[in-house]
Design a protein around this ligand. Structure first.
Ligand code: 5AD
Length: 351
């Protein structure tokens, strides 16, 4: 039964694809609460009660991609577009550093304006100004040479979700003939260069089912990334998928728990999208084994322009400047926000 399946997962025993699929298709409320309790225990063994925070700086809302789920897709003529300058990014870092952030995540659409030259300049300036901080990039697909240059300029980590590990499903989410195998190659390249790598997927994206989710879990196991980001799909009113339902809270929590049981030392954020579909979503995510939160550190006037989906929160606990609210909320769950880079335990020391 499902309890036995969860125990197997926790004991690092191979669970067959069929078993994983049955677990995802048939879990009850009781199964979910058992999974969450075990996941929280496993998280505690590795990280104690510590919560790592990352300041998210949304660099650009321009994007050449047309991902059918995304609010800043190129074809959305009504999206408001902006780009941050190096000075604006550094000013966000300054605010963040004072607040206690020691990781900055520079995230943006795939925007050719940020050439290798422009981007290395930004990265090396942050590196120079904040030698005690980790720099995470999340800029979509670039060339391997580009990843290497940015790594050499001082970037430590790269986030690039695979979105779905099923080739056919990947095609249904990306209309321009993008290929899953290409995305996967990028992830292996990033790893080879030496980045701490993060990947992940949306839960409840259109045309997803338990068999595509099982492929996601198996791919995670194979790539063994340092970080795993998952969150529910949330429709955006200007996207092709505007009429689809958002992903399920319980399924997201079950997957978070499963991933924690499968990958005890992974860095797993409780995402903004989870906080978007339920007022206590982010807290539930922490209780399901997540150990990272990524408050928004972008300049306040651009936050409402970086809308990947509807109702995205950027105030209260989601706002970096309200860190004390987040600390209180984490405290009430028995967690403690810490001030350090929060590297993966597997990370090599760089010099
Ligand atoms: N709902 C939820 N997540 C989304 N993302 C993009 N669009 C949506 C959406 N509509 C996620 C993708 C991407 C990450 C930056 O945001 O998984 O990798």
């Amino acid at each position: 039964n499902n309890l036995e399946r969860l125990i197997k997962l926790e004991n690092n025993l191979i669970l067959s694809e069929t078993d994983l699929r049955i677990l995802l298709d048939t879990f009850t409320k009781e199964d979910l609460s058992y999974a969450m309790n075990r996941a929280r225990k496993v998280r505690e063994k590795v990280f104690g009660n510590e919560v790592y925070i990352r300041g998210l700086i949304e660099l650009t809302s321009y994007c050449v991609c047309d991902c059918l789920y995304c609010g800043i897709r190129r074809e959305n003529k009504n999206a408001e577009r902006y780009r941050l300058t190096k000075e604006e990014v550094l000013s966000c870092c300054r605010t963040g550093h004072e607040l206690g952030f020691r990781t900055f995540v520079i995230q943006g659409g795939e925007d050719p304006y940020y050439s290798d030259e422009v981007m290395t300049e930004i990265v090396s300036s942050i590196r120079k100004t904040y030698p005690d901080c980790a720099i995470t990039l999340s800029l979509g697909e670039r060339s391997k040479e580009s990843y290497k240059k940015l790594y050499d300029a001082g970037a430590d980590r790269y986030l690039l979700r695979h979105e779905t590990a099923d080739e056919e499903h990947y095609g249904k989410l990306h209309p321009k003939g993008e290929h899953l195998r290409v995305r996967m190659k990028h992830l292996w390249d990033l790893k080879e260069i030496g980045y701490q790598v993060g990947t992940g997927f949306m839960v409840g994206s259109p045309f997803q089912d338990s068999s595509t989710l099982v492929k996601d879990l198996l791919f995670l196991k194979e790539l063994n990334p340092e970080m795993v980001g998952i969150g529910p799909f949330v429709p955006h009113h200007e996207s092709v998928f505007k009429d689809f339902e958002h992903g399920s809270l319980d399924l997201t929590l079950m997957l978070l728990s499963i991933i924690r049981l499968m990958m005890p030392d992974a860095l797993i954020p409780s995402t903004t999208s989870l906080g978007t579909i339920h007022p206590r979503g982010r807290e539930f995510g922490m209780e399901a084994g997540a150990n990272v939160v990524m408050p928004n550190l972008s300049p306040t006037d651009v936050r409402k322009k970086y809308l990947l989906y509807d109702n995205k929160a950027f105030t209260g606990c989601e706002a970096a400047e309200s860190l004390s609210l987040l600390e209180k909320s984490m405290d009430s769950l028995g967690f403690q926000v810490v001030v350090h880079r929060g590297d993966s335990r597997r990370a090599k020391i760089r010099n």
